[in-house]
Structure formats: structure tokens, C-alpha cells
Design a protein around this ligand. Structure first.
Ligand code: ADP
Length: 274
């Protein structure tokens, strides 16, 4: 896929910076307990860890779908969710939060396509209505994206007429159509039948190769190893390891990551046998 239009910026500054992020759903237990993360333009960062470690919460906080209790996040150096006002920090208005959210896209586990709209409309709606792209241009771009995810012949179909893998490829095309600065994936293949996983991973791989900046929460270890530049391992709401992918898999430092990778490898071997 072609690279998204990158906003010219300082290449030494991360596209996304997360500093000391804390999130609690109940005021007692922290789902995120001080997470730091820098993501640079063109980087693909895979987020791995056991269930309940905070991976999904992290990307949902970055996309401002959740409130946060502490820390800060910056997109291209702009503070997300808050602004400085005189000598204190105050929450942004909903309109300003919506403006910030337009510069990122999220791909969810459950596709979240609108069932009563065609594939084409699912992809063109936000560019036309939210980003002000002229309809003809939005449609042309959507058709190009559909071609790239291998679904050019499905533009007039409705989501229910597509397999789960096809729906997720449409959801990815939709996410890319708004030319986000960063693309967030929250377990994009977890709800798919096993035989449909690869077609979605292939599309994600081609996006990564095009230079898209991506954070991918995933259980697909081979994808993380082969496609991600860096992997982070989370447990109990903190980042335990943040390393280049090759080192992450060949030389895990913490006993928790060692145990996680060992269990994952054993599970994979059992799946292959079965
Ligand atoms: P992961 O994605 O690694 O499986 P999550 O981010 O979903 O982890 O969850 C992290 C912690 O936050 C878990 O203890 C989970 O039970 C809790 N949690 C997640 N979502 C909610 C929610 N909407 N309400 C209350 N607790 C939640």
C-alpha cells in the first residue's frame, strides 16, 4: 500500500509519546500503572502480554476512548485530551478531542462496520463527512484502497455478504482512508476463524511495509516477530520489556516474558498437532 500522507515534521520527535500513563476503571486497581511508550514515524510496535495485562486499555486510552487518571500523551508533540490554561491543565472540549481523534484510526476486533451501508460507503463516510474530502475523490481513494486489500469487486456489497476476514480488510481500508498519523489495532484477528487470519495479517504487513506508523495489540507472535520493528511486553499494567523484535524473541530478559513465550510456543505446537 502507498504510504499515507505524512505531515512533515521533526523525525527525531516521536509521532506518539506516552508518558507515565495511568488508568483505573474502579479507582482501586490500575489497569495501566505508569506506561511510557515512544512511537516514531514509520515504526510498527507490537503489544504483547497475557490477557488482562492492559494492552487493549492502552490503545483505547491513546484513541481517547477512555479517560485517564495520570500521565500524558502527545501526538506530534500536541498534548492529547487536555490543554494548558493559565497555570493549570484542563480537559479539552469534546470538539477538540474529536479533532485530535481524527488524526488516528483504530481497527477493532469486531470490525464495527455499519451493516446497512455498502462497503464503499463504510469507507467514504468519514473522509466526506468528517474530513471534508470531495465525494468523487473519496470514492476514488476508497476504490484504490479496496483494490489494495483485494476487495475491489465488493464495493457495492453489504458487510453481511462478506466473510469475517473480508470485513476486517474493509475495516482496515476504512481506517487508512482518513490518512491517519497512526493506526491502532486492537486484536484485529482474534475474532476470525483460523483460516481467515492470514489474509488480514497480509494486509497489515503490506501496510507496515508502506511506512504506516502502527501499534498492534496481537497474539500473533510470528507476525510480531516478522513485521514489527519493536515489541513491548505488558503485565499487570506496566511495560516489562520494550525491545527490537529480533531481541525480544531471541533474548527475552525477564522471567515473565520468557514464561510467556514458552507457553505461547507450546500452545502453538499443540494447535499445529491438532
Ligand atoms: P488486555 O487487553 O491485556 O487483555 P485489558 O486492557 O482488556 O487487558 O484489561 C486490563 C485490566 O482492566 C483487566 O484487569 C480488566 O479486567 C480491566 N478492564 C478492562 N476493561 C474494563 C472495563 N470496561 N471496566 C472495568 N475493568 C476493565
Amino acid at each position: 500500500m502507498s504510504a499515507p500522507d505524512q505531515v512533515a515534521g521533526d523525525p527525531t520527535r516521536p509521532v506518539l509519546q506516552v508518558v507515565g500513563l495511568r488508568k483505573s476503571y474502579d479507582g482501586r486497581h490500575y489497569a495501566l500503572d505508569g506506561v511510557d511508550l515512544d512511537v516514531y514515524a514509520g515504526e510498527v510496535v507490537a503489544v504483547l502480554g497475557p490477557s488482562g495485562s492492559g494492552k487493549s486499555t492502552l490503545v483505547r486510552c491513546i484513541d481517547q476512548l477512555e479517560s485517564i487518571e495520570g500521565g500524558a500523551m502527545y501526538l506530534d508533540g500536541e498534548l492529547l485530551g487536555y490543554e494548558k490554561h493559565r497555570d493549570h491543565i484542563r480537559p479539552l472540549t469534546d470538539a477538540d478531542i474529536a479533532r485530535q481523534r481524527r488524526r488516528m484510526s483504530m481497527v477493532f476486533q469486531q470490525f464495527n462496520l455499519f451493516p446497512h451501508w455498502t462497503v464503499l460507503r463504510n469507507i467514504t463516510e468519514a473522509p466526506i463527512k468528517v474530513h471534508g474530502v470531495p465525494p468523487a475523490e473519496a470514492r476514488a481513494r476508497a476504490m484504490e484502497l479496496l483494490g489494495r486489500v483485494g476487495l475491489a469487486d465488493k464495493a457495492r456489497a453489504h458487510p453481511r455478504q462478506l466473510s469475517g476476514g473480508q470485513q476486517q480488510r474493509v475495516a482496515i481500508a476504512r481506517a487508512v482512508a482518513t490518512q491517519p498519523r497512526i493506526l491502532l489495532f486492537d486484536e484485529p484477528t482474534s475474532s476470525l476463524d483460523p483460516e481467515l487470519v492470514d489474509e488480514v495479517l497480509q494486509v497489515m504487513k503490506s501496510l507496515a511495509e508502506s511506512g504506516m506508523t502502527m501499534i498492534v495489540v496481537t497474539h500473533e507472535l510470528e507476525f510480531a516477530r516478522d513485521v514489527a520493528d519493536r515489541c513491548i511486553f505488558m503485565a499487570d499494567g506496566v511495560v516489562i520489556e520494550d525491545r527490537p523484535s529480533a531481541d525480544f524473541f531471541s533474548d527475552p530478559r525477564s522471567t515473565r516474558l520468557q514464561g510467556f513465550l514458552k507457553r505461547a510456543t507450546e500452545n502453538r505446537a499443540r494447535e499445529v498437532e491438532a
